[in-house]
Design a protein around this ligand. Structure first.
Ligand code: ATP
Length: 314
């Protein structure tokens, strides 16, 4: 039997996302609280076929459109394996298969999560035993969200999001996750934020104390009130159809409504799966009245673990 490693890896959401003024290196400083939620991609790694000289990538979508996911060496998962190979000084030739359930370009860090999974998976496939801290450093080189996708749970992110420290969080939360049929480019959303802010100075980003207190106490109402996202105005400016949905979310029984990361996925904080169903029905009614087509929502739980090896066959 061919050797194979399987890794499941979650979507991330940002409970708060504070964005500071753009830095000279082009990045925006962030102060964020991440939460990993129960929507998972699966990354399957096998040694490359004999004679193959490249990392190969195939992608399938399980309920998500994967047209825009690159099936070549630019895929973030392939870049992760290459970087690990450079780190250990040997070419790691693998075939990668990504089974995607995390919407693409949805503000849920699907690509970053695949990269975290590929780092872990390649490490396991080639029995490299790379120390965790080294994997985290490689993850930070790959992208701002990748270190969090390795650890999961609930955590604070600083720097450009890559400096992760875990946060005390009590209880579990349910989210109605409403994908948008068309993704938004993260770069375009940051550019729109800069355009909207032009002439006004942004304060250094902060995580709201009330959010951390609500998480410590497991207080869903307090959490709902403290949810925040500095990128939301830019995402709504580029995708105006998000506005009525967010308004409806704050008017129905959801505890809070939020744009996920750079959008356009929207999130509604709920008490239970049943409550999420009710919120979904209320939103569908609003979407119908506004002539909007709502993609089928997903009910997800958080916090969950980060990227995790689920099967190893040798
Ligand atoms: P983030 O929240 O980290 O900004 P996102 O969730 O908005 O990201 P992704 O799903 O990670 O967006 O994809 C953004 C783009 O990255 C895609 O449009 C695609 O071109 C490219 N990409 C590269 N590798 C992957 C991957 N493994 N999965 C999805 N997209 C990928």
């Amino acid at each position: 039997m061919t050797a194979e490693v399987r890794v499941t890896t979650p979507a991330k959401i940002n409970l708060s996302l504070g964005v500071g003024p753009v830095r000279p290196d082009g990045y925006h400083p962030l102060a964020t609280v991440y939460q990993a939620v129960s929507m998972y991609d699966e990354v399957v790694l096998r040694p490359a076929d004999r004679g193959s000289t490249a990392i190969t990538v195939t992608v399938s979508g399980d309920g998500v459109d994967v047209t825009d996911v690159p099936c070549h060496e630019d895929n973030l998962a392939a870049r992760a394996v290459r970087l690990l190979g450079e780190h250990v000084g040997r070419e790691l030739l693998v075939s990668l298969h990504l089974r995607k359930r995390i919407p693409v370009a949805g503000g849920l860090a699907g690509g970053s999560s695949d990269a975290a999974a590929a780092l872990l998976g390649a490490d396991a496939l080639f029995e490299l035993h790379t120390p965790r801290a080294e994997l985290a450093a490689l993850a930070a080189e790959l992208g701002s969200d990748v270190p969090f996708c390795l650890t999961g749970g609930t955590a604070m992110g600083s720097g450009r999001g890559e400096q992760v420290t875990s946060v005390m969080s009590r209880g579990e939360y349910w989210w109605l996750v409403v994908p948008d049929p068309d993704g938004l480019s993260t770069a375009a959303v940051y550019a729109e934020l800069d355009r909207l802010r032009a002439g006004r100075s942004a304060r250094p980003p902060e995580v709201p104390d009330a959010l951390l207190a609500a998480l410590r106490a497991g207080d869903i109402e307090g959490l709902g009130r403290a949810l925040s996202n500095d990128l939301a105005p830019a995402a709504v400016s580029l995708r105006p159809s998000l506005a009525p949905l967010l308004r409806a979310g704050s008017e129905c029984s959801a505890h809070g409504a939020l744009v996920s990361g750079s959008g356009p996925t929207t999130l509604f904080l709920c008490e239970s799966p049943d409550h999420a169903e009710q919120v979904g029905e209320a939103l569908a009614a609003v979407a119908g009245r506004n002539g909007l087509e709502l993609a089928p929502p997903v009910v997800a739980r958080g916090p969950v673990h980060g990227a995790r090896v689920t099967a190893v066959h040798r």
